[in-house]
Write a protein that binds this ligand. Structure first.
Ligand SMILES: [Zn+2]
Ligand SMILES: [Zn+2]
Length: 357
């Protein structure tokens, strides 16, 4: 007899449905996990809206697949595990765990070099049929999953924030912040707030957070920003120039995903400054590339996922130092996944929206 479970299924962009499907079965060396919380990411929303990054266009092939359970930011309790998996991950039945969103193949050039977050086939929970995600009551961790234990003392939605936080911390590591630096973080959504928390841990001279929403800026202060600027009300470029004897910021971390944040950063940076880009954009962004070369000789660095930053992210959440209740604004039952997606799309009422299956 097969047991059934509830799950959200992506049939196509704009066509996600809550359905009853067979409960997955853990094979040898795998684990069955009871999902406690799953965050809705901006990338889930972009996938839902049919963005080219996921469904392909003239520049790239489709990467996401249909008939998949979405959800890559999750925490759960191990319901079933065999000795092989238990020994590999150092966890046992009843433990609370997170797994990294990427499920690396272990075979490609990147995996063999330890650059697993750039894995060539790029299997990821919640986007591929081979690795169903967490918008369900249960999920399976395959052998290749990268699993970490997390304390049961934190709320489920907070524990699931380990995923976006690890991503933000990786962007911060790319920036190579020094004590004397003036650091600007653009955007105070889940990624931007994580960047603020991570950058604050590096103790720069001044840490500035930018957003259009005063409520989010107040949370950024609690995450460690020394100065916040509402770019809808104030001239952020001028303020940063005034703070730096006209030179500009040393480091600009982009976490908005808004095209206007790119030229803003190029303007705000000093010569020889560093631009770290974590965002994913809906459309192409056009800027004057001569600023990067001839005018300022900038270092422009990309960042993707949260490689080797999970232990630090988990420690930060467990420490209780972050205003997690203000970051994780909404927790909804699985049945209300559509309301959750709409809240993320709206963006003005929420920061991190999570589903509790
Ligand atoms: Zn995410
Ligand atoms: Zn690989």
């Amino acid at each position: 007899m097969t047991t059934n479970m509830k799950a959200v299924i992506c049939h196509a962009p704009m066509d996600y449905r809550l359905e009853t499907v067979p409960m997955p079965v853990a094979g040898p060396g795998e684990a069955l996990v009871k999902v406690e919380a799953v965050g809705i990411c901006a990338s889930d929303l972009k996938c839902y809206h049919g963005a080219a990054k996921f469904w392909g266009d003239a520049n790239r092939p489709a990467w996401a697949e249909t008939e998949v359970i979405p959800g890559h930011e999750f925490v759960g309790e191990i319901a079933e595990i065999d000795e092989e998996a238990s020994n590999r991950w150092g966890v046992k039945k009843g433990d609370r765990v997170v797994a990294e969103q990427i499920v690396p193949c272990g075979e490609c050039r990147y995996c063999k070099r330890g650059e697993y977050w750039m894995c060539m086939p790029h299997g990821m929970f919640g986007f591929k049929r081979a690795t169903p995600g967490a918008m369900a009551t249960h999920m399976v961790f395959p052998k290749e999953a990268r699993v970490h234990k997390i304390s049961k003392a934190v709320k489920p939605a907070h524990a699931a924030f380990a995923e976006p936080l690890s991503c933000a911390l990786h962007a911060v590591e790319r920036a190579n912040i020094k004590f004397s630096d003036v650091v600007v973080v653009a955007g105070c959504g889940p990624i931007g707030l994580g960047m603020v928390a991570g950058a604050a841990a590096k103790s720069p001279a001044i840490l500035i957070a930018l957003d259009l929403d005063d409520r989010k800026l107040a949370v950024a202060k609690e995450c460690g920003a020394t100065l916040t600027i509402n770019i809808g009300k104030e001239d952020a470029v001028q303020i940063v120039k005034d703070l730096t004897e006209g030179y500009g910021a040393d480091i600009y971390l982009e976490g908005t995903g808004h095209p206007a944040a790119v030229p803003q950063g190029l303007k705000m940076l000093r010569k020889l400054g560093t631009f770290v880009l974590y965002s994913v954009f809906k459309e192409d962004v056009t800027v004057d590339w001569s600023i990067i070369s001839d005018d300022k000789e900038l270092d422009v660095l990309g960042a993707h996922l949260g490689p080797d930053c999970w232990p630090a992210a988990i420690k930060m959440i467990e420490s209780g130092k972050l205003p997690m209740d203000k970051i994780c604004t909404h927790q909804l039952p699985l049945e209300k996944f559509q309301e959750g997606l709409d809240l993320v799309a709206d963006g003005t009422k929420s920061i991190k929206v999570s589903l509790i299956p």
